[in-house]
Design a protein around this ligand. Structure first.
Ligand code: T46
Length: 135
């Protein structure tokens, strides 16, 4: 069955005496990057995220370790494991997402289409369902 929510973006991986991955605006990344952030040293066993963005779009790369991403649009729920630096996950606006099963090595690099704005977050699942007209 075709995934509705999971959109994988493969970026170039150059191999010489190490690996080198790169991504360019509007070529590999389907928006102009306004912000980057990264997440590491997770408390094991806890999941993060649990929110959706009203406008912000993101591409997530697990550049070390692994993460299980759970995506939800209020109707469909899909999961994918990210564990390769050349494999990004496009996270559209209005997709509820959770980052689970991160290990002690996990580093998540995130490219975002917008500057940080707490008002862009929907952090309550019931509210998310209301906004998406699912409830
Ligand atoms: C997302 C997932 C994949 C800032 O002040 N500036 C920032 O640019 C970011 C990203 C966060 N913050 C603050 C806001 C909170 O006080 O850092 C704190 C932790 O943020 P949050 O609880 O949203 O972290 P995660 O790991 O649950 O989610 C993060 C991103 O915030 C979010 O946009 O989609 O990673």
């Amino acid at each position: 069955m075709k995934n509705k929510l999971i959109k994988i973006i493969k970026i170039p991986r150059i191999e010489d005496d190490c690996y080198l991955c790169f991504a360019e605006n509007n070529k590999h990344i389907p928006f102009k990057i306004k912000r980057i952030f990264y997440i590491g040293l997770p408390v094991l066993g806890l999941s993060r995220g649990k929110h959706a963005h009203r406008k912000n779009k993101q591409v997530l790369f697990c550049i070390q370790g692994k993460v299980r991403m759970v995506l939800d649009n209020g109707k469909d729920r899909e999961e994918v494991i990210l564990d390769r630096p050349e494999t990004g996950l496009f996270l559209d606006k209005m997709v509820w997402h959770e980052m689970c099963d991160m290990d002690e090595k996990t580093i998540l690099l995130v490219l975002a289409s917008d500057f940080y704005d707490e008002k862009d977050y929907i952090r309550n699942y019931k509210k998310f369902l209301q906004v998406t007209n699912r409830k």
